[in-house]
Design a protein around this ligand. Structure first.
Ligand code: NCD
Length: 360
């Protein structure tokens, strides 16, 4: 029987008190870095990246190196046994025997949860397809706490690809757990926030409005979270072409924003923020990327010190004869993996990718 490790697949795996502790510890690490040198000496982190990454991978690696630990892994699956057809299950099992913590990014939704089910060490989700990205959310929460002084009472605008943007999904769920936040969801009709996320916002008693004009929405915002259109998640180049360049934040729009509104972006930027905005003191996206390293130092330390209370990874049940309807779900790619579903009245929800299936 697998020991229950403090895996981070979705921030829901940890209580909000643990998110707050991770954020507070990150602030202390940023202020007093010298105290933490060597805190993870002798420990090894494996980074298994099946999808491109700059910030997430490098910030995790530099976080571990700054804590005195070592790193192994790959960022090009073509040079690992993945190229020979090895399953996620087997690769993770092996990597977990060589390391104390695994950080994994994969293009299939629910894939990191699947990996955690067989790993013999804690596994952290560094992005699973268009689904979730909890460590970017910790980065965003730390940035908000440090720069706005609070995680409550904020009107936050999200703009761009809200359908495929995993950072948006994780952050909306997280900010719904704090008090009196409001959300303005700015996108085209095709790229709206998935229904299950909107239901989570409503269930938490928070308000949201959907909008299609950044110009009209910007004056009321305390925070603007820009995102790129996720080209790699579209079925065809034509679909992407129709969506790109719809929203662009420029100096003119910044003039209509509050004097203390801040602009965040998980990066990379394509063309949704013009370069001149970089010189505006309210543009904090580069600073945000730097906060990401401190929050990952804090997360690694908290996980390895077992300072986090955890919940079971799966609470639903196998539904006999039913497969998840999402072609990008890991349960449809790894044939040995059994589906698991939560029941909500007449709805079944896949526990790997959150796709909903209507029952007859
Ligand atoms: C994001 C991601 O990978 O989801 N980047 C990141 O981790 N900082 C955003 C994106 O790729 O658009």
């Amino acid at each position: 029987m697998n020991k229950r490790f403090p895996h981070l697949i979705d921030l829901d795996n940890y209580p909000v008190s643990s998110w707050n502790s991770i954020i507070n510890l990150a602030m202390d690490i940023k202020r007093n870095q010298h105290i933490y040198v060597g805190a993870c000496s002798g420990r090894i982190m494996a980074t298994l990246f099946y999808e491109p990454s700059t910030r997430t991978q490098m910030s995790f690696q530099s976080a571990m190196l700054r804590l005195g630990g070592g790193i192994i892994g790959f960022d090009n699956p073509a040079t690992s046994s993945v190229a020979k057809g090895e399953s996620i299950k087997d690769t993770t099992k092996i990597a977990s025997g060589y390391s104390d913590i695994i950080v994994m990014r994969h293009f299939l939704e629910g894939s990191v949860k699947a990996a955690a089910l067989t790993a013999d060490c804690p596994v952290v989700n560094a992005g699973d397809g268009g689904h979730l990205h909890p460590t970017q959310t910790l980065t965003d929460l730390l940035t908000l706490k440090a720069e706005k002084g609070t995680l409550n009472g904020l009107t936050v605008g999200f703009c761009g690809d809200l359908k495929n943007g995993r950072t948006v999904h994780s952050l909306l769920k997280a900010l719904s757990c704090y008090n009196n936040n409001k959300f303005v969801l700015i996108s085209t009709n095709e790229l709206k926030v998935p229904t299950y996320i909107k239901d989570r916002i409503s269930a938490s008693g928070k308000e949201y409005v959907e909008a299609n004009s950044l110009e009209e929405a910007i004056p009321e915002l305390d925070v603007l979270y820009m995102t790129r259109i996720q080209r790699e998640r579209f079925g065809s180049e034509e679909e992407y072409e129709r969506q790109k360049n719809v929203f662009c934040l420029d100096e003119k729009k910044m003039k209509a924003a509050k004097k203390d509104m801040i602009v965040l972006h998980p990066l990379p930027r394509v063309d949704e923020i013009t370069l001149e905005v970089d010189d505006d003191p309210r543009a904090l996206y580069f600073k945000q990327a730097n906060y990401g390293m401190y929050v990952r130092m804090s997360l690694i330390l908290s996980i390895l010190n077992e300072d986090i209370k955890t919940k079971p990874l799966l609470v639903g049940k196998e539904a006999v004869g039913i497969r998840c309807g999402n072609p990008k779900c890991i349960t449809n790619a790894e044939s040995t993996l059994k589906g698991s579903f939560r029941h909500h009245g007449g709805i079944l929800e896949c526990e790997f990718c959150d796709e909903r299936l209507l029952m007859e």
